[in-house]
Every structure is written in C-alpha cells, then in structure tokens.
Write a protein that binds this ligand. Structure first.
Ligand code: FES
Ligand code: FES
Length: 166
C-alpha cells in the first residue's frame, strides 16, 4: 500500500511497484480523464503533472512515487474547468474526437507556467503530444490565447495590488 498525493488529496493505492501511474489513476482512483494511447511515452495522451512537470504517466512506475510528489491530473487542473487553458480550448473549439486533449491541455498548462509568453517555436518544442485528428493549429492558437488571458490577469492583479498598497 502506498499513499499518493493526487489533486490535493492523499489517496491509498494498492498495486505492484511496476504498475504505471496511469493505471493507478484510471483503475484504482477512477480518474479516467487521463488516457492511454501508446504506453511507451510517445503520444502524450497520459500526461499529468508531477510537481508541476508534465509527465507521461504510462511509463512512471508506482514504486518511484510517494505522498511527497504532488500529482495533478486533468480533473484537478481547476475546480470547474476554468483554467485559462481550458477556457481557451473551449473558445476555439480545439478538440475533435477529444482523445488526446486532456494530455494536450496538461502539457499546455505546464508550458505556460514555465514560459508565460511562448513563441510558436517554444510551443512546437514543448508540445510533442500526438493528435490523430490533427488539431495542432488550433492547439497552438489556443495556447497563444491562454497566454494572453493569463498575462492580462497578472497585469490586473499587479494593478490591484499596487492600488491597494497606495
Ligand atoms: S500513453 Fe503515455 S505517452 Fe502514450
Ligand atoms: S482530437 Fe482526436 S486525437 Fe486529438
């Protein structure tokens, strides 16, 4: 038995140490938003955040994790799907079949945290997720849209803070 910190909650998990995190999330914890695509770290459908880093959960064994790492899945990215990336995805109707999209969103959210104003080249370098439906252009546009929204939010917070301090 091992405890994992998933979406801000400690969860008991009982599986062999070599069980990939993906299957623990899906089958033991019922968090089925994280998808299985290839199982060999190639497609990105299984992307979650571990301590803020985008991680392909299909190749991350349970034995490498404890309650110390903060794991965030698509279900925990925001309480009500209002993360800027999720909003931009909705606004631009990014998904087609949708299968790859939770992994795409998790990769995009991690990218914007590391690089708030990514260039097209930054996006192409970071977003190595595979989409069978070819949504790549909309993914890129949505990341730029989310980046702009996050920047406006941070400027508004700075103005509010400075206004409050004056
Ligand atoms: S299922 Fe993990 S990268 Fe494809
Ligand atoms: S939206 Fe269908 S695989 Fe990406």
């Amino acid at each position: 038995m091992v405890q994992l910190n998933v979406n801000g909650r400690l969860r008991d998990c009982d599986a062999e140490g070599d069980t990939p995190l993906l299957w623990v999330l899906r089958e033991q914890l019922g968090l089925t938003g994280t998808k299985y695509g290839c199982g060999i770290a190639q497609c990105g459908a299984c992307t979650v955040h571990i301590d803020g880093q985008p991680t392909r959960s299909c190749v991350r064994p349970l034995s490498s994790l404890s309650s110390k790492e903060k794991i965030v899945t698509i279900e925990g990215l925001s309480a009500d799907a209002t993360h800027a990336v999720q909003k931009a995805w909705n606004e631009l109707d990014v998904p087609q079949c949708g299968f790859c999209q939770s992994g795409m969103i998790m990769a995009a959210a991690a990218l914007l945290k590391a690089k708030p104003r990514p260039t097209d080249a930054d996006i192409d370098a970071a977003m190595t997720n595979i989409c069978r439906c070819g949504t790549y252009n909309r993914v890129r546009a949505a990341i730029h849209l989310a980046a702009g929204q996050l920047q406006r939010k941070s400027i508004a917070i700075t103005i509010q803070t400075e206004g409050g301090a004056a």
